[in-house]
Design a protein around this ligand. Structure first.
Ligand SMILES: Nc1ncnc2c1ncn2[C@@H]1O[C@H](COP(=O)(O)OP(=O)(O)OP(=O)(O)O)[C@@H](O)[C@H]1O
Ligand SMILES: O=C(O)[C@H](O)COP(=O)(O)O
Length: 403
C-alpha cells in the first residue's frame, strides 16, 4: 500500500487530490455533537493543502436513500472543517454535478473544498458493479489522484471506497495508516486475556462479528441494543426492546458454542428500562427503573445495563491484558441511560490493559461523557470497519489501496 508520504515526496502542487474521508459525525439538527472524525482527517488534509494540492474532500453522512435529503447534508461538516483549518472551505451542493465541477475548477493551489454527501447518489452504494462504476467514473473526473482516509467506511464496497481508487493513482492517508497499525496489534500477537465489549444499535452488523470473535477473544461482554436478542434467545421477556427476531436461532447457537469452547459470554444481570425511548432533544426525564435481566416487564424497553452488571463488566475488564470496546452500553445520549457506558469507559481507564475503543458512537460517547480521550490506548474512528478488520475479513477500501 502506497502512503500519502510517497505522494507528498512525488509532489502534489497544483494536482486535484480526492480525499475519501469519513465525516459521518453525530448531529443534533445541524449542530455537530462530536467532531472527532473531522479532526481525525486533518493531518492528511493539511499535509496535502500545505504541499499545494487542490483538495476535494468527500464523505457519506448517515444513510440517506440514494437521493438528496437535507437532513443528511454535509454542509455542517464542511463548515467545521473550515473552522479547524482556519481557512475558507467552499462547499459544493451536489457531489458530481454542476456545483461540484465549478467548485473544483475554482480551487486554487493549497485550497480545500467539500462536495455534498456521496450517498445522495444511488451509484455510491449500489450492489450493481456497473452502476457503481458509472458513479465512480463521474467522481474520477473531479480529480487526478485518490487518497483513501475514511477508515470508518473501508468495510463498505461503495463506489468512492472501492471503485474509485481503481481509476486513479491511489494512496492511503495518515488516518488509515495509523488505524491499521494499531489494529494489527490486536490480530497478530494479542496479549491475553483478551476481552471484547460489544454494544450499540447496529445489531445485525455486530451479531455476525460475534461468530468470528468466539474463536479469538477470551471474554465477550454484551451490552447496548444487542443484549435483548440474547435475552430473548434465552427465553426471557424483553418487552419492547430492540430485537433481531430473525437472528434468534443464530444467537442460540452462539450461546451454545461459547459454553462448549470456554469463551466467557457475559450478559447483563440487570437492565435499566423505561416505558418508551427517551427524547434525546429535550432530555425530558426518561422514567428509568432497574429490573433483573430475566424479569423484564412487558411493555418496557431496555435502554442500559444496570448497576450490578456495571460492576460485573468492570471486574471482567479489570484483569484483562487487552480490551477492545465497540458500541455504547446504553442510550448514553440521555443522562438516565448513560451510566453503563460511563462505567465501561471508566473500567478501561482503570485497567492496565492495552485498550482500543472502536466506533464513531463509542468514541463520541467517551468524549461527550467527559473522558480524556488521550488516556485510552487508541480511539478508532471505525465502528463496523474496526470490527471487520478484527474478524480478519478483507476490507474493500483497504484492498483497493493495495497495488
Ligand atoms: N438498548 C438500546 N436500545 C436502543 N439503542 C441503543 C441501546 N443501547 C445503545 N443504543 C444506541 O446505540 C447507538 C450507537 O450504536 P452504533 O452501533 O452506531 O455504535 P458504534 O459502533 O460506536 O458506531 P459506528 O458503527 O457508527 O461507528 C447510540 O446512539 C445509542 O443510543
Ligand atoms: O459510522 C460508521 O460506522 C461509518 O461511517 C460507516 O457508516 P455506515 O455503517 O452507514 O456504512
Amino acid at each position: 500500500m502506497k502512503t500519502i508520504d510517497e505522494l507528498l515526496s512525488e509532489g502534489v502542487a497544483g494536482k486535484r487530490v480526492f480525499v475519501r474521508a469519513d465525516l459521518n459525525v453525530p448531529l443534533d439538527g445541524t449542530r455537530i455533537t462530536d467532531d472527532g472524525r473531522i479532526r481525525a482527517v486533518l493531518p492528511t488534509v493539511k499535509a496535502l493543502a500545505d504541499a499545494g494540492a487542490r483538495v476535494v474532500v468527500a464523505s457519506h453522512l448517515g444513510r440517506p436513500k440514494g437521493a438528496p435529503d437535507p437532513a443528511f447534508s454535509l454542509a455542517p461538516a464542511a463548515a467545521r472543517l473550515g473552522e479547524l483549518l482556519g481557512s475558507d472551505v467552499p462547499f459544493a451542493t451536489d457531489t458530481v454535478g454542476e456545483s461540484a465541477r465549478t467548485t473544483v475548477a475554482g480551487l486554487s493551489d493549497g485550497q480545500v473544498a467539500v462536495v455534498e454527501n456521496l450517498r445522495f447518489n444511488a451509484g455510491e452504494t449500489s450492489k450493481d458493479d456497473a452502476e457503481r462504476g458509472a458513479f465512480a467514473d463521474r467522481l474520477a473526473a473531479l480529480a487526478d489522484v485518490y487518497v483513501g482516509d475514511g477508515f470508518g467506511a473501508v468495510h463498505r464496497k461503495h463506489a468512492s471506497v472501492f471503485d474509485l481508487p481503481a481509476r486513479l493513482p491511489h494512496y492511503a492517508g495518515h488516518l488509515i495508516a495509523t488505524e491499521v497499525g494499531v489494529l494489527r496489534k490486536l490480530t497478530d500477537d494479542v496479549k491475553r486475556p483478551y476481552a471484547v465489549v460489544l454494544g450499540g444499535a447496529k445489531v445485525s452488523d455486530k451479531l455476525a462479528v460475534i461468530d468470528q470473535l468466539l474463536g479469538k477473544a477470551d471474554r465477550l461482554l454484551i451490552g447496548g441494543g444487542m443484549v435483548f436478542t440474547f435475552l430473548k434467545a434465552k427465553g426471557h421477556e424483553i418487552g419492547s426492546s430492540l430485537v433481531q427476531e430473525d437472528q434468534l436461532p443464530v444467537v442460540r447457537e452462539y450461546i451454545e458454542r461459547a459454553e462448549k469452547s470456554g469463551v466467557e459470554l457475559v450478559l447483563p444481570v440487570d437492565v435499566v428500562v423505561a416505558p418508551e425511548f427517551p427524547d434525546l432533544k429535550t432530555k425530558a426525564p426518561g422514567r428509568p427503573s432497574t429490573v433483573a435481566a430475566d424479569a423484564m416487564p412487558a411493555g418496557q424497553m431496555g435502554l442500559d445495563i444496570g448497576p450490578e452488571s456495571r460492576k460485573l463488566y468492570a471486574s471482567k475488564i479489570a484483569d484483562a491484558a487487552t480490551v477492545f470496546w465497540n458500541g455504547p452500553m446504553g442510550v448514553f445520549e440521555h443522562p438516565d441511560f448513560a451510566e453503563g457506558t460511563k462505567a465501561v469507559a471508566q473500567a478501561l481507564l482503570d485497567s492496565q490493559a492495552f485498550t482500543v475503543v472502536g466506533g464513531g458512537d463509542s468514541a463520541a460517547a467517551v468524549r461527550i461523557l467527559g473522558f480524556d480521550e488521550n488516556a485510552f490506548g487508541h480511539i478508532s474512528t471505525g465502528g463496523g470497519a474496526s470490527l471487520e478488520y478484527l474478524e480478519g475479513k478483507t476490507l474493500p477500501g483497504l484492498a483497493a489501496l493495495e497495488d
